[in-house]
Design a protein around this ligand. Structure first.
Ligand code: GAR
Length: 211
């Protein structure tokens, strides 16, 4: 596959120009809410920029807009509601079972707002990619954008990384920097961070798969 970052990606690191990969990656995407990152991965595939196919979307909130986006794109979506499981481990076992059923090779956490256990991590070693709205290791966890604003940093951004057991940790694949503007709110800043997330996530998937 060929990915050609243009000059507007100058705040993205690393940049990759060419990833050779023959068979399409079999992706399972997991999302809790809006699903814009699901959509950009699907669009990158449709545009021929990412050699992959989405085997399934797993979502955990019945009202997640991600499920609507999946339906619009003809992607199978499975609701696994964590509220119906006795423990995180039991929930993760069901997730693993579902991903295996759909023959998934790489898992993308695209706005998945649940802590994961070793049951899940160990089932897909170094094959789970997370997108997070900060320059990790700063501002882990929920409300990362609010944390950045409250801290007074002048630059924040987003990170795509391989997922480890510790929350929002693991080898970094790509990052993009975003300036914090004087009158930013969490909403305006998050919106600009998401533009960068949408740029780096498909690139980071290709990069991870090529190494
Ligand atoms: C994204 O900003 C993503 O970085 C964040 O949730 C949002 C989901 O947006 N994930 C986390 O905070 C995980 N710790 P989306 O539903 O529009 O893709």
């Amino acid at each position: 596959m060929t990915l050609c970052p243009d000059s507007t990606l100058s705040l993205v690191s690393p940049s990759i120009s060419d990833c050779q990969q023959v068979a399409p990656l079999k992706l399972g995407i997991m999302a809790s809410g809006n699903g814009s990152n699901f959509d950009v991965v699907a669009q990158a595939i449709q545009d021929g920029q990412l050699n992959a196919q989405i085997q399934v979307l797993i979502y955990n909130n019945p009202s997640a807009k991600a499920a609507v986006r999946a339906a619009n794109r003809g992607v199978e979506a499975v609701l696994l509601n964590h509220r119906n499981y006795k423990s995180r481990e039991e929930f993760d076992e069901k997730i693993v079972q579902t991903l295996r059923h759909y023959d998934v090779e790489w898992v993308i956490l695209a706005g998945w707002m649940r802590l994961v256990t070793s049951v899940f991590i160990d089932a897909f070693p170094e094959r789970i990619i997370n997108i997070h709205p900060s320059l990790l290791p700063s501002f882990k966890g929920i409300h990362a954008v609010e944390q950045a604003l409250a801290s007074g940093v002048k630059i924040t951004g987003c990170t795509a990384h391989i997922t480890c057991l510790e929350m929002d940790s693991g080898p970094i694949l790509m990052q993009a920097a975003v300036p914090v503007l004087p009158d930013d709110t969490a909403e305006t800043l998050h919106a600009r961070i998401q533009i960068q997330e949408h740029r780096i996530l498909p690139l980071a998937i290709a990069l991870a798969a090529s190494s």
